[in-house]
Design a protein around this ligand. Structure first.
Ligand code: ADP
Length: 259
């Protein structure tokens, strides 16, 4: 039976360690597999898109309306599938980029809002970011988290001009962040499901999207050993909350230590 450096473990404890190492290994394998599949799927898809567009351009004068519409549909479907694959890729690779450092949460939330400038301008959104602490987190992932939540707060605005309040409060051992909007709200029966990959409450023609954004948020938060949830009612806006524990190592750091 294998012995870990400096620690004498046997029996059920040893079995448990081996089991968790196996789990880490198979998780990594699954991530590599998802990455390879997603990456290889994109090339033929881009060919379908470009070739169809080229065909449409070259035959613009001779195609009847119905044929042109059908080919437009092919291009749109290829674009949509490409977005799905890109999101899936991001979902699969969240845990691969998890080094943490001290990050200024307010600066990251501001950067997320800046990255959404076009949507902010179009919707005339008002975004207020209150003071926030410096926390230990993966900067890239925290940026993606804020960006997905703010992006949704703008997208699901309904008839209202978006008013978005981003805040944080520190309690024992953790910081609780919140992103509050005045949009269409979410029926409580869907509050858990919306964090599952590909779970959408609307068709693409109502609101464009892939249904992976909140699943990525959940993965990022779990990676930081935190929790994410929503409080909302239909027609009354939504507030998304997530916690980041103080100076907690991330799941991948833990995996690294145990190897
Ligand atoms: P997408 O926006 O691509 O559909 P998400 O995973 O980001 O995917 O969101 C899942 C679903 O949760 C959305 O389809 C939408 O119905 C709902 N949702 C997310 N954020 C909000 C929000 N701020 N207000 C209302 N509904 C929301």
């Amino acid at each position: 039976m294998e012995r870990r450096k400096g620690v004498d473990v046997h029996g059920p404890e040893q079995a448990l360690i081996e089991l968790s190492l196996e789990l880490v290994r198979s998780n990594e394998e699954l991530e590599r597999f998802a990455f390879a599949v997603a990456h290889d799927l994109r090339a033929p898809l881009r060919s379908i898109e470009t070739m169809t567009q080229l065909f449409l351009e070259r035959n613009a004068g001779t195609l009847n309306e119905e044929s042109a519409q059908l080919l437009d549909f092919v291009v749109n479907s290829a674009e949509r599938m490409d977005r799905l694959i890109q999101d899936l890729l991001e979902f699969a690779t969240v845990s691969q980029q998890a080094e943490t450092s001290e990050v200024d949460a307010k600066a990251i939330a501001e950067l997320a809002a800046q990255n959404l400038q076009e949507a902010v301008d179009q919707s005339e959104a008002i975004i207020v970011i209150e003071s926030m602490p410096v926390i230990r987190a993966n900067e890239r992932q925290l940026l993606r988290l804020f960006q997905n939540l703010i992006g949704n707060a703008i997208k699901y605005r309904g008839e209202n001009t978006p008013e978005i309040l981003i805040a944080a409060s520190s309690t024992a051992g953790k910081t609780v962040f919140s992103v509050k909007d005045n949009g269409i709200g979410i029926d409580p029966q869907y509050h858990q499901q919306i964090f599952d990959p590909f779970r959408r409450l609307h068709t693409d023609s109502e609101y464009e999207g892939t249904g992976v954004g909140l699943a990525i948020c959940k993965r990022v938060v779990q990676q930081h050993n935190g929790r994410i949830w929503v409080k909302s009612k239909l027609g009354e806006g939504s507030t998304f909350y997530f916690t980041i524990p103080d100076s907690e190592p991330t799941k991948s750091t833990l995996a690294g230590i145990s190897q």
